[in-house]
Design a protein around this ligand. Structure first.
Ligand SMILES: Cc1ncc(COP(=O)(O)O)c(C=O)c1O
Length: 440
């Protein structure tokens, strides 16, 4: 916090944030990857106001609300396969935390129990939230290592990265290679494994690491083969981000448990959901005296105001033109960023849909990073403020994840601002950067 300069927002409209000192900034990261339709969308505003006239909050422990029930039905109808059961919580970390406990409890009490299945397999560089269970799955040194003494240890899979491939492996063999590595883990540990937990297609917080095509489907097959559940975390990728409603749809995969958050309410209110297939739900179905219920519950899970926003947001997402526009904007953004493709310090431009990362590297050949002391990513994002754009990096990966509703002219401003900021920062600090590199 020592050099924290607060940027205080007074109001927002569409994709523009207005600060208390009158600056207007494009919200280039959708207020932490969750705003879908822009700020103050009339339909979402009206839905929340209307719900406020009925009831703001009731508990879903022992009672229910018709708005929340309607949302549960909607989620079941739009999610893949037979994910027919919904458990609500308040943020993405809790959606994952719930999924872990649900998977554990499932193996303890299903008709043919396997109580030794108490562990989880997580991918390298995984990020699933900041609660203790979700941090235990985490594989990002900077975020997670400090907490090791208070965490459980997952079985750690590979980092299935398409940019930094294993030696001698081309992109065509990458999915097969990574799936092979995961299969080795499953062969060794399947008896103890309750579930594989993964983000589908793109590992957002790891720096938009993109998986080779086909990997998710291969992991689904392996999970079935080794009798291990598949938990897919779509907290970042869900609700249209990748150009489909859910990233799983790109590979026709139905997970056993699906975690949703962020864009669920269009980024209006905190709400998350953990969806489960019928076979999971049935393991919890018994008389009260058998005490098989899910031992987990959150005060604000299923909050009606959030549910009203979510229903309105999903209705907008269901208009066919919306997802088509995401794909068109993704192409437009890529085209505009093409100017950076040959830049000597841009290693990779990657992502899916409107979920993009630009990785800055010291050396394109070796793909080596700048020393962390250069703080290049942070400086580029600070520079972007001068060009009217608010973005937030992950190390030296510049993240672009605007509201899906961003207009073409705003997308142009966003990409131009990023290109200029990258060039200005590298040019203004060129000597310094060269010095730091030579001192490595
Ligand atoms: C894939 C993924 N899972 C879980 C989370 C945690 O969500 P929340 O910050 O709402 O707890 C995040 C947040 O960035 C995420 O990207």
């Amino acid at each position: 916090m020592a050099d924290y300069e607060p940027l205080v927002i007074r109001h927002a409209q569409g994709c523009t944030l207005t600060t208390t000192d009158g600056r207007e900034l494009i919200d280039g990261v959708a207020s932490l990857w969750c705003n879908v339709h822009g700020h103050r969308h009339p339909k979402l505003d009206a839905a929340v106001r209307e719900q406020l006239d009925r009831v703001a909050h009731i508990t879903t422990l022992g009672m229910s609300c018709e708005t929340t029930e309607q949302l549960a039905e909607t989620l079941v109808s739009i999610s893949p396969g037979d994910l027919k059961h919904v458990f609500f919580s308040s943020d993405g970390s809790c959606a994952v935390e719930s999924a872990l406990k649900m998977a554990f409890q499932y193996w303890q009490q299903r008709p043919n129990p396997k109580p030794q299945k108490t562990q989880f397999l997580a991918l390298g560089q995984a990020y699933h939230g900041d609660t203790t269970g979700s941090v235990s799955l985490g594989g990002i040194k900077f975020f997670h290592d400090l907490f090791a003494p208070i965490l459980f240890s997952p079985v750690r899979g590979p980092v299935p990265c398409s940019y930094r491939l294993p030696d001698g492996v081309g992109i065509e063999q990458a999915a097969e290679t990574y799936a092979g590595q995961i299969e080795e883990c499953l062969q060794q540990h399947h008896d103890q494994l309750a579930a594989v937990v993964m983000e589908p297609l793109v590992q957002g917080a790891a720096g938009m690491i993109t998986h080779p095509a086909g990997l998710l489907a291969k992991i689904r097959t392996l999970c079935d083969q080794y009798d291990v559940l598949l938990i897919v975390d779509e907290v970042a990728t869900g609700f249209g981000r990748t150009g489909k409603l859910f990233a799983c749809e790109h590979e026709q995969v139905t997970p056993d448990i699906l975690c949703l958050g962020k864009g669920l309410t269009g980024g209006y209110l905190p709400m998350a959901a953990t969806l489960a297939r019928t076979k999971i739900f049935e393991a919890f179905l018994a008389n009260p005296a058998d005490a098989k219920q899910f031992f987990h519950g959150h005060t604000f899970g299923g909050n009606p105001l959030a549910a009203a926003a979510a229903i309105a947001s999903i209705e907008l997402l269901q208009q066919p033109a919306l997802l088509e526009s995401v794909n068109a904007k993704a192409v437009q953004l890529r085209k505009r960023l093409n100017g950076l493709a040959e830049h000597p310090h841009v290693g990779d431009i990657r992502g899916r849909g409107l979920m993009v990362g630009i990785e800055m590297v010291a050396d394109r050949q070796t793909r080596s990073s700048f020393p962390s002391t250069t703080q290049l990513g942070r400086r580029i994002c600070e520079r972007a403020l001068e060009h009217g754009v608010w973005i937030r990096p992950l190390g030296d990966v510049i993240i672009l994840m605007p509201p899906l509703a961003i207009r073409e002219d705003e997308l142009a401003t966003l990409s131009d601002a990023v290109i200029q900021s990258i060039e200005q920062e590298l040019a203004s600090d060129g000597v310094n950067t060269a010095r730091l590199l030579s001192s490595r």
